[in-house]
Design a protein around this ligand. Structure first.
Ligand code: AP5
Length: 191
């Protein structure tokens, strides 16, 4: 079973590309953002507790998302592998994922990092706020905070993965099709 991290700042295209890649390579798409938004939409206690954190653009506690991911991995034991979108987001989450995978005789095969200019990120998220109205896209200050949280808490994972030889930067500028083809080429080599 393969395990790919689709990594990058808010608006870099992780979700868009993960859906398409999961279809092409027959992998299970695990998005912690989608899982958390589903909890909010269902009005669960967890969703209620996480909602205010997410609306500020801050990260929810590591243990919440680690538990969600462990549950999904175990529920999809017969699959060809997993695409992680928006997880891990801290070095602690990365260490937990590695441990989880090692215990199940797997490893992180590659961390594909979408590289996108700051102005393009803001443009994409602002446009989405107008079109689909995701709560954390509506306020420009929250968008900036999400990008800053990415830089301070999430980007350090890049060095961690670089040391393990699994870091793969990918140009995230251009059309959705162009970026999909770039990502597909890297993934094909490892499958
Ligand atoms: P999450 O749902 O992961 O959001 P995010 O990281 O902010 O990422 P986005 O969904 O905004 O962007 P994306 O990179 O997926 O891009 P997308 O494809 O959507 O997390 C939300 C919140 O949940 C976090 O802030 C945090 O509070 C919490 N959370 C989630 N996971 C967590 C974790 N592990 N630990 C702690 N907290 C966690 O594209 C964006 C837009 O651009 C779309 O409208 C798309 O159509 C468009 N677009 C995509 N590609 C292109 C392109 N090439 N050209 C033009 N437009 C494009």
């Amino acid at each position: 079973m393969v395990n790919f991290l689709i990594f990058g700042p808010p608006g870099s295209g992780k979700g868009t590309q993960s859906v398409r890649l999961a279809g092409k390579f027959n992998l299970v798409h695990l998005s912690t953002g989608d899982m958390l938004r589903a909890e909010i939409a269902a009005g669960t206690d967890l969703g209620k507790r996480m909602s205010s954190i997410m609306s500020k653009g801050e990260l929810v506690p590591d243990e919440v998302v680690i538990e969600m991911i462990a549950d999904r991995i175990d529920k999809n034991k017969g699959s060809a592998g997993f695409l992680y979108d928006g997880f891990p987001r801290t070095v602690a989450q990365t260490v937990s994922l590695e441990k989880m995978l090692n215990e199940r005789k797997m490893k992180i095969d590659s961390m594909l990092v979408l590289e996108v200019d700051h102005d393009e990120l803001v443009k994409r998220l602002t446009l989405r706020a107008e079109q689909s109205g995701r709560a954390d896209d509506k306020d420009p200050e929250v968008i900036e905070n999400r990008i800053n949280v990415y830089k301070s808490k999430t980007e350090p994972i890049i060095n961690y993965c670089r040391e393990r030889g699994i870091y793969q930067p990918v140009n995230g500028m251009g059309s959705i099709d162009e970026i999909f083809n770039r990502l597909s080429r890297f993934m094909k080599k490892l499958m």
